[in-house]
Each structure stands twice: as C-alpha cells, then as structure tokens.
Design a protein around this ligand. Structure first.
Ligand code: IMP
Length: 498
C-alpha cells in the first residue's frame, strides 16, 4: 500500500479565475507595484528584489547574456543556464556585470602605447573610450574612437591622438553617483573621469549609463549600479563552477534540477552557504511541503516549484512524477507562510514550468507565488540565444528542453541518466523584442490586479479571491458562436502566447 494517495486531482493554473475586489482610486493600473523579493539573504533581507515578477528559465535556448542584460534592465532576471562549460557561463555572467555601472574602474592606457595596441584591447573588451594614465596612475587624457582612424593612425602614439586633460571635464573625489551624474549632464560630454587630489584616476562615469537608467526605471541592479546577474548551477561541478562565477561577481545562484528534494541539493546549498555566505542560493524544483521545508532548512533563500508542466517537458509521461502547478503553488505558499510565522524568514517561491499565458502568471501570483519562471515565453524573443528560421512563411525560433536530445551533452548532469529523455525539441513563433512583449504582459497583470483592488503583490496574496472553473465555463470564456474575421483569428492565436 502506498504511503499516501491523494484522491483530489491536482489543478493547473488554467483552471482558476479571479473574482473582482473593490478597486480604490489608488489601485489603478499605473499605481500598481510589481516589486517582489528575488531571494532571502541572511545578511541583508532587503537586498535582492525584482521589479517585475518574472524570470527567464535556465535553458540553452532561453537565457544567455543578451537576455540577462535586457531582462535585468526591464526589472526581472535571466537565470543563465549551466548546461555549458564553466568558462563560457562565467563569460556570460561577466558580460552582464560589466554591461553598465555607475562608477567604473576602467581599463587604462599608457601614453606611449601605439594606437594599434590600444585598438587590440578595444576589440577584446568592446570598450571604445579609455583613460590615459602615467606609471603612477595620474590621469593625462582620454582616447576614444573619434580620436583616430585605425587605417591612418595605427602607428601613432596614444599621447599624440588623445584629448589632453586640459580639454577634458574632470571631477575630484566624488563618491555620490547623483552628483557625478549632474556634473556630466551639465558638461555636454559623454564621459566624466573622477580624480583624487593628486590627479590620480579613481573612477569614470559614462553618460550612456545614465541615459540607460533613465530609459529603464525598473532596472534591477546591485549597490554599484551594475545589472544583477543570476547563474544556475548543477549538483555535480558546483564547487569549481561557483568559484569561477564568484570571480565574475555573480549576485545569486540557483540550482537547476528537475528534482530538488535530494541530499545532493542539500549538500550543495550547505557548501555554498559555508564557503560563499555572501551569495544567496535558490533551490528546487520541489512540489511538496516536505520538499520545501527540506530545502529551506538546508539554507535555500528561495525555492523553485513545479514538476512536469513545462511546454517541452515529458517528465510526467516518462516517469509518472509531477503535479499541477496551481496545486503546487497553493501547497507551497502555505508552507512558506507557516515558515515565515515560525522564523521571520520570508522565502520567496517561484512557479516554474507550464506558465502558458499572462493570465497564468496572474493566477500564479494570486495563489501565492512570488514570481514566475518561463522558458517558452522568452524563447520566442529577439534576445533569446537562438537564430530565427522561416518555416512555411512563418518566422520561428527553436526551443528545446534541458533534458532533450539536443541538450544531450549535459543531460546526464541535469537528469543524471542518459537512457531516456525528459524533454523535447520544437519551434516557437518569433515574437519580436522582449521590451514590447513585456510591456503588454505587464499591462495585463496590472490591470487584473487593479480589478482585484490590490496595489502590490503582497496584497494580492492576502486579498485575492479565486474560483475553480468548469471546463464548460472555460469554453464560455473564449470567443464562441461567431465567425471570426481573419485578423481576430490571428489575435486569438497570440492570446495563448501572451
Ligand atoms: P515553459 O515555460 O513551460 O516552457 O517551462 C520551462 C521550464 O521547464 C523550465 O524552467 C524547467 O523547469 C523545465 N524544463 C526545462 N527543460 C526541461 C526538460 O527537458 N524536461 C522537463 N522540464 C524541463
């Protein structure tokens, strides 16, 4: 006889609908905050927040450096996949961390270097402006891509082409980024070197970074104003991997496993907390309250939940393990709240796998998720790491599971066996820029929250009223009994996606 048999079927997000609550004046969509905790940190509870409740899945076809940069700018985070070499994952994290900053410690050039030597560094780093300093670090001038033409000036010395200090706007001993920003904005220049009293270069501030910040008010960054970077890891090579990721200044780690209720995961979390106490670690995936307790007691700062629901996932069919995502969220949210009452530690939960549309995101949040993780949604975007292909006149992008044949080399690591696959490979319709798609998605979430009369996600958890709906009522909720025009047919298809 089995230890436990639950006779009530587990539920998917698609089976619930929200009931409206009174919408107050200050609960209009534009007043609604989607800020949510990313991970609990013993050291600083308030440190790790997302400004939108959405992250992209740790998958080869979803989360590379480009996604990491764009999604962090837009308020979320990409979990950079670990089914790649430690070196290449570290490069991706470094790229996100170096993308922008407030005060930058730049690579410097010496006045007697040739333009050709500097050009080589430019190609390697992608940076186009460099401060020039002497052997004591004293600032002498700036050299940027406008100051030379490589076909004409390759053999010139930098000191002959740079803009000398007399013609550069510099600031002294500034430690407040706002003050530096104000000087830069007034100066008509694009770069502000900051020097100490002896004229030595301390930092540099770039105008493009300020503009970037103004364009992206929801951007998620660290205390140095660099974009936040999250890396997934596995339970096999984590000691070596975390060491390398830490050097690239990764902010948060997340263990990528289809089954997180394991001693391997506990050991990995404990090892990271002991050896890298400043880097919080997210555990998962689990689908039971017991699994949640196990991971938080091991020291997980957030927990990914869900098994078997992913759009490319065949775990349920192959192994018979899994659970509807709505039931999982309901159960684990209860365990999270209980743990919070007992310990005062709020451990965020992440609904992952099978979030198929915006209304699923909203329902997951209402049921108690702190944020959702999606793969397919992001695989369709311009910023995912795959190339577009045209099939039957439709622009598509490939999307494959981490446990699929295509991710074969790494399958053994994630799924710990190679005898069968747990994921498939397919195509998803190209959707364009992430920025445009997210705008619509977030507008819908805010609008639902407004209808429910709540102003933030915490209130949503406390006040949401939901109802299980019948298959017939789901049918009634769709367009019915009319002949749709072609254009609306296209729209209808979109709606299963957005
Ligand atoms: P989606 O948003 O429905 O496409 O699901 C994405 C999620 O599916 C990921 O975040 C993983 O949790 C899960 N996943 C990724 N690859 C596989 C696989 O090969 N088999 C089963 N689940 C997978």
């Amino acid at each position: 006889m089995a230890k436990n048999i639950i006779h009530e079927p587990s539920r998917t997000l698609m089976e619930y609908r929200l009931l409206p609550g009174l919408t107050e004046i200050d609960a209009s969509p534009k007043e609604i905050s989607l800020r949510t905790p990313l991970v609990y940190s013993v050291k600083d509870e308030k440190k790790y927040y997302l400004n939108i409740p959405i992250v992209s899945a740790a998958m080869q076809s979803v989360s590379g450096a480009r996604m990491g940069i764009e999604l962090a700018k837009l308020g979320g985070a990409a979990f950079i996949f670990c089914s790649q070499t430690i070196e290449s994952q570290t490069r991706m994290i470094a790229k996100i961390k170096q993308h922008k900053a407030g005060f930058v410690k730049p690579k410097t050039m010496k006045p007697d270097m040739t333009i050709a030597e500097m050009y080589k560094v430019r190609k390697e780093t992608g940076h186009s402006s460099f401060p020039v300093v002497d052997s004591d670090g004293v600032f002498l001038g700036l050299i940027s891509k406008w100051d030379y033409d490589i076909s004409l000036h390759a053999d010139f010395l930098i000191k002959d082409r740079m803009i000398p200090i007399e013609n550069v706007k510099v600031a002294r001993n500034i430690v407040d980024l706002k003050e530096a920003n104000n000087i830069l904005l007034e100066s008509h220049k694009s770069v502000l070197p900051i020097l100490d009293n002896d004229g030595k270069l301390l930092n540099i501030v770039f105008r493009k970074d300020i503009n970037d910040q103004l364009d992206n008010p929801l951007e998620v960054h660290d205390e140095k104003k660099r974009l936040i970077a999250v890396a997934s890891i596995n339970t096999h090579d984590y000691e070596e991997r975390v060491k390398s990721l830490e050097k690239a200044e990764v902010d948060v780690l997340a263990i990528d496993s289809s089954d997180g209720f394991t001693v391997y995961q506990k050991n990995a979390i404990e090892w990271i907390n002991k050896n890298y106490p400043d880097i919080p670690v997210i555990g998962g995936n689990i689908i039971t309250q017991e699994g949640f307790r196990f991971l938080v007691e091991a020291g997980a700062g957030a927990v990914k939940i869900g098994m078997g629901g992913g759009s490319i996932c065949i775990t349920q069919e192959q192994k018979g393990t899994g659970r509807g995502l709505a039931t999982t969220v309901i159960d684990i949210a209860e365990a999270r709240d209980k743990y919070f009452k007992e310990t005062g530690k709020y451990i965020p939960i992440v609904a992952d796998g099978g979030v198929t549309s915006t209304k699923d995101i909203t329902i997951a949040l209402a049921l108690g998720a702190d944020y959702v993780m999606m793969g397919r949604y992001f695989a369709r975007m311009e910023e995912s790491p795959t190339d577009k292909i045209v099939v039957n006149n439709r622009v598509m992008k490939p999307y494959w599971g981490e446990g699929s044949v295509r991710a074969h080399d790494w399958k053994m690591k994630r799924y710990n066996q190679a005898k069968f696959v747990e994921g498939v490979e397919g195509l998803v319709e190209y959707a364009g820029r992430l920025r445009d798609n997210l705008e619509e998605t977030l507008a819908k979430i805010r609008s639902s929250m407004s209808t429910c009369g709540v102003k933030n996600i915490r209130e949503f958890h406390e006040k949401a009223e939901l109802e299980l709906v019948s298959a017939l009522s789901i049918r009634e909720g769709k367009v019915h009994d009319i002949y749709q025009m072609t254009e609306s047919n296209e729209k209808k298809e979109d709606e299963t996606t957005n």
